[in-house]
Ligand binder design. Structure first.
Ligand code: NAI
Length: 328
C-alpha cells in the first residue's frame, strides 16, 4: 500500500523504514493541513501524528483524493474529525498503547526537576556556583498526588508514585477496579484536586473536558500546588494558568503539551522570533518547565509505534479485523 507519512522527523523515518513490512512509504516533513492536502493525491493511506490536522474540510479533500485509511502513529485522536472520516468511508486506526511507562516516567522527571531544580543546579555548578540558595524542594514521600485519568499512562504513573511513597487519589469517570483493590482512592474532580500537592493530567482531550483546568478549577487547587500536563494542551486554559502562576495559586507548572503546540513543537525555532506571546510568558517563569511533547520519546515506544502502525496497515490490506479502529 502507498502511504504518505506526514510530520516526518529523522527519527520517525529511521523507525518506520526499519519496521516497514511491505509498504511504499513517501515522507513529508510538513504537518498535514488544508493548505497542503493536495499532496495526498494518489495515496491510499496516510500516516499521521499529533499535530497533523484532519478536520472536516481536510477529510472532504482526502475523500476526493481517494484516501481510504488514516494510520495514526499515536494514541490521542483529538486532531481527527471522526464523524467526517466515518461518513467519507475513511478508516482511522491508532496505536492505543505504546509504552505508557515512557510518558509516566517523563511526568515523574518533570516533577523531580521542578521540585529539586536539578536543571538550575547543573548550570550553577558548571559556572562554579555551589550555593544552595533557591534550590530547596519538598519530600515526595507522603506528598498528595491527584491523578486525572487512570488509563494506561495513569496506571503506570500510579505505580511510580507508590514507589516514591506518595498518597495518591484519582478522578476518572471509569474507575479501575484493580487499582481500587491496590489501594487507590477515587473521588470527584473537586475532591481529588482540592487535597493535592501535585495534580497530573492523564486523560484524553474530548469536547467535554476542553479547558477543564481553568480559573474556576484552579481556585480548588491547594495554594502553591504543582500542575503537570503530559496529555493534551487543550485540557488547560493557558491564560488562566498564567494568572494562577502570577498570583502564586499555582506554585509549579510542568507542560509536555501546549494548546498551540502545532505552530512550535518538533521544530528548531532558535533563530526565529517566537510570535506566541503566551508560551513566551510561560517560558519566563522560574517555576515553569516546558518540554516539546517528548513524553513518548523512548526507543522502546518508537519500536512499538512502528510495529503496531504496520500491523494496522497489514490488517487493513488483508481485510482482517481492525482491532485498533477508532469508531466515531
Ligand atoms: P487511556 O485511553 O488508556 O486512558 C485514558 C483514561 O482517561 C481512561 O481511563 C478514561 O476513562 C479517562 N478519562 C476520560 N475522560 C476523562 C475525564 N474527563 N477526566 C478524567 N479521566 C478521564 O489513555 P492513555 O494511554 O493513558 O493516554 C492518556 C492521554 O495521554 C492520551 O489521550 C494522550 O492525550 C496523552 N499522551 C501523551 C503522550 C506524550 O508524549 N506526552 C503520549 C501518549 C499519550
Amino acid at each position: 500500500m502507498k502511504i504518505a507519512v506526514f510530520s516526518t522527523c529523522k527519527y520517525d523515518r529511521e523507525f518506520l523504514e526499519k519496521y516497514n513490512t511491505s509498504h511504499e512509504l513517501v515522507f513529508f516533513e510538513e504537518a498535514l493541513s488544508l493548505q497542503n492536502v493536495a499532496l495526498t493525491k494518489d495515496f491510499n493511506a496516510l500516516c499521521l501524528f499529533v499535530n497533523d490536522c484532519a478536520d472536516a474540510d481536510v477529510i472532504a479533500k482526502l475523500e476526493e483524493n481517494g484516501v481510504r485509511l488514516i494510520l495514526l502513529r499515536c494514541a490521542g485522536f483529538n486532531n481527527i474529525d471522526l464523524e467526517s472520516a466515518n461518513e467519507a468511508g475513511i478508516k482511522v486506526l491508532r496505536v492505543p498503547a505504546y509504552s505508557p511507562e515512557a510518558v509516566a516516567e517523563h511526568a515523574m522527571a518533570m516533577i523531580l526537576t521542578l521540585n529539586r531544580k536539578t536543571h538550575k543546579a547543573y548550570n550553577r555548578v558548571r559556572e562554579g556556583n555551589f550555593s544552595l540558595e533557591g534550590l530547596m524542594g519538598f519530600n515526595l514521600h507522603h506528598c498528595k498526588v491527584a491523578l486525572i485519568g487512570t488509563g494506561n499512562i495513569g496506571k503506570a504513573f500510579y505505580k511510580i508514585l507508590k514507589g516514591f511513597g506518595c498518597k495518591v487519589m484519582a478522578f476518572d469517570p471509569f474507575p479501575d477496579q484493580s487499582l481500587v483493590e491496590d489501594g487507590l482512592i477515587y473521588g470527584s474532580l473537586e475532591e481529588v484536586v482540592g487535597g493535592a500537592d501535585i495534580v497530573s493530567l492523564h486523560c484524553p482531550l474530548v469536547d467535554d473536558n476542553h479547558h477543564m483546568i481553568n480559573s474556576t478549577t484552579l481556585k480548588l487547587f491547594k495554594s502553591g500546588a504543582m500542575l503537570i500536563n503530559t496529555s493534551r494542551g487543550g485540557l488547560i486554559a493557558t491564560k488562566d494558568v498564567i494568572e494562577a502562576l502570577k498570583s502564586g495559586q499555582l506554585g509549579y507548572l510542568g507542560l509536555d503539551v501546549y494548546e498551540q503546540e502545532s505552530q512550535l513543537f518538533f521544530q528548531n525555532l532558535s533563530e526565529d522570533v517566537i510570535q506566541d506571546d503566551l508560551i513566551s510568558r510561560l517560558i519566563s517563569f522560574p517555576n515553569v518547565l516546558i518540554t516539546s511533547h517528548q513524553g513518548f520519546f523512548t526507543k522502546e515506544a518508537m519500536e512499538q509505534i512502528a510495529n503496531i502502525t504496520f500491523a494496522n496497515a497489514d490488517a487493513f490490506v488483508k481485510g482482517e479485523n481492525l482491532d485498533n479502529e477508532i469508531l466515531s
